[in-house]
Design a protein. Structure first.
Length: 602
């Protein structure tokens, strides 16, 4: 059993809370531009003093509506400025924020509202409001729903709360914030549920502060400074975006928000972030889109060579540095290719942080090679997002980094990753049995498999519950194969199958964004669907090549022997993916059972 711990470099005071930074900034740096708010196509400055005033005004409205210390308040909205505003205001009123993904189905909303006993809900739009209306009768604690986007010319939730709280004294808000303790619950986050019914993960103010301090006292501290910018586009309902946003906010960096993913490149160009936070699938899309565009313009060989040089140059940084020829090639492609890719991220993006799923070593080396280093981290909702992360000065590509200050990792005899430290949650809401199963002797059992080296770098190899055991008794972790397959420009998603089967198989979906360009390059009818070309020789040849490349990573017994291309892609809307684009394996196995059976029927 191997264990590695990192000493703490800070103390979380007993009387501290996650909302303290709002009023600290306003008192010490009132003119600091802490947010940029997108209104009417422009980015307007919001100073620390203005934000503190808004938080106070909204908190007073919550108090006027009867929110008591410890009450749960739901927040269902896409990523936008009002998300952190309402979140901080809930804390300032002494409440507990319950995030709900804006894409949640009615049954998911019903369960969260019922289980959390939320007394108030803030939603984004009329569609969300209609969803809530269908389940409100089964959430008896819910007293009122407010909508951020007001109908026609009427005021939205923020304006309504400000008006409702006009007669509440500022001192009432100050009294409630002063009463908060680091051990008090701050948020109740329901796990996205790749299997089973979501559990409410209760995180304290101390958990959030420890995460924020862990990030800002790490190697990221030099970048997380006033004047630096980051554009948040991941769902704020997810713990990763929430925790990194809090760390950036506490450090005084300027934050912007957008949920307009189709126009993300244009938003990058306007906002010009210094750093971004994302999940691996977005980075895969950036790479695949650039490669597809290059091939479509007849510059495919140049791009592919540039990609190879970027990877080689990055790999050389870990073994003494690049030689003269490699340096010259890298300089040439920096002018021809890499500078254009950096421009697509706004032109001044220095680094990115990736979490939520494995990134893959080649993609990590590619982005470092073009001048935008991606620092991969690891954590769960139960660890307040990142408990370990690669940082400037401490990076080993292919790993998820070392534990943040004050945290520890242990590898159990069966390879399971166990974690402890101030970011680890206190337990599941109203679920003592699940808490007892997850935490034993102070160590949180993650369900992930991995290793830790002598320097403390953690490597993730798979999930205990996702391990496939073939009929021949071979244990196979699917993540490595799936990551490599998703890196192929034509492939959107891949799921490895084969539990209790004679060999390993896979279901493959085609990327809708890459499909038109692929048809054009291969002389196929522009209107042809994936379903119409499932047995097309060119399509099969490209997927065969991707399978062969992925199989080079594993032994013969672990290699994919047969696969099936699906006519449809997996999506969150159809239930196969979580909001952070993880595979819901149980759903896929049920929905595509006939396709899996077909792999083994011949």
């Amino acid at each position: 059993m191997r264990e590695f711990s990192v000493p703490s470099t800070f103390i979380v005071p007993e009387d501290a809370s996650a909302v303290d930074g709002v009023f600290k900034h306003a008192a010490e740096r009132p003119d600091l531009v802490i947010f940029k708010r997108q209104t009417g196509g422009t980015w307007a400055d919001v100073t620390a003093a203005e934000f503190a005033s808004q938080v106070t005004a909204v908190a007073k409205g919550l108090i006027a509506l009867g929110v008591q210390p410890g009450d749960r308040v739901g927040l269902m909205s896409a990523t936008r400025y009002e998300w952190p505003l309402v979140d901080f205001a809930i804390w300032a009123a002494g409440g507990v924020t319950v995030p709900i993904y804006e894409t949640s189905a009615a049954e998911q909303v019903r369960w969260i509202l019922e289980d959390s006993a939320a007394v108030l809900l803030v939603v984004e739009n009329a569609e969300h409001e209609r969803t809530v209306e269908t389940v409100a009768a089964e959430a008896p604690s819910l007293r009122r729903t407010l909508r951020i986007e007001g109908a026609d010319a009427t005021a939205g939730a923020v304006e309504e709360l400000v008006a409702l709280g006009a007669d509440v004294a500022d001192e009432e808000v100050r009294s409630r914030t002063d009463a908060l303790r680091s051990a008090d619950p701050a948020t109740l986050i329901y796990t996205s549920g790749t299997t089973g019914r979501p559990k409410g993960c209760q995180l304290t103010h101390g958990n959030l502060i420890a995460e924020s301090r862990g990030i800002t006292t790490s190697g990221f501290g030099s970048l997380l400074q006033p004047g630096r910018r980051s554009l948040m586009f991941l769902p704020m309902a997810h713990v990763l975006a929430r925790a990194v946003s809090l760390g950036a906010f506490d450090a005084g960096a300027t934050l912007g928000h957008t949920a307009d993913i189709p126009n993300l490149v244009a938003n990058f160009g306007e906002f010009k972030p210094d750093f971004i936070l994302s999940v691996p699938r977005v980075f895969e899309k950036v790479y695949n889109s650039a490669r597809q565009k290059a091939h479509g313009e007849g510059k495919g060989k140049i791009f592919d060579k540039a990609a190879d040089i970027a990877v080689q140059w990055s790999e050389a940084q870990d073994t003494g540095g690049a030689g003269l020829i490699l340096k010259a090639q890298h300089t040439l492609f920096d002018k021809l290719v890499y500078s254009k890719l950096r421009a697509a991220l706004g032109g001044q993006c220095q680094l990115a942080i990736s979490g939520g799923a494995p990134l893959g070593a080649r993609l990590g080396h590619f982005f470092r090679g073009i001048g935008v280093t991606i620092y991969e981290g690891y954590g769960l909702t139960e660890t307040t997002a990142a408990i370990a992360v690669n940082t400037p000065g401490n990076q080993k590509i292919g790993t998820v980094g070392k534990p943040l200050a004050g945290n520890a990792v242990r590898i159990a005899e069966d390879g399971e990753i166990l974690l402890s430290g101030p970011v680890v949650f206190t337990g599941y809401w109203r679920n003592e049995a699940a808490t007892a199963d997850a935490i034993e002797d102070g160590w949180f059992h993650t369900g992930d498999l991995g290793s830790v080296d002598s320097e403390g770098y953690i490597t993730i190899t798979g999930r205990k519950k996702e391990i496939i055991v073939t009929a021949g008794g071979k244990n196979v972790a699917p993540a490595q194969l799936e990551d490599m397959l998703r890196a192929h420009p034509l492939i959107s998603q891949a799921i490895v199958v084969g539990d209790q089967k004679p060999f390993i198989g896979a279901l493959i979906t085609v990327d809708p964004d890459a499909w038109p360009g692929w048809k054009q390059r291969n002389g196929k009818p522009a209107a042809a669907t994936v379903a119409e070309l499932l047995t097309d020789a060119d399509l099969v040849a490209d997927v065969d090549a991707a399978i062969a490349e992925a199989n080079t990573l594993v032994s013969h017994a672990e290699a994919i022997k047969k696969y099936k291309i699906l006519s449809v892609d997996f999506s969150e809307d159809t239930g196969e993916l979580t909001p952070t684009l993880k595979l819901k394996r149980n759903v896929i196995h049920q929905s595509f059972a006939a396709d899996i059976d077909a792999i083994y029927s011949k």
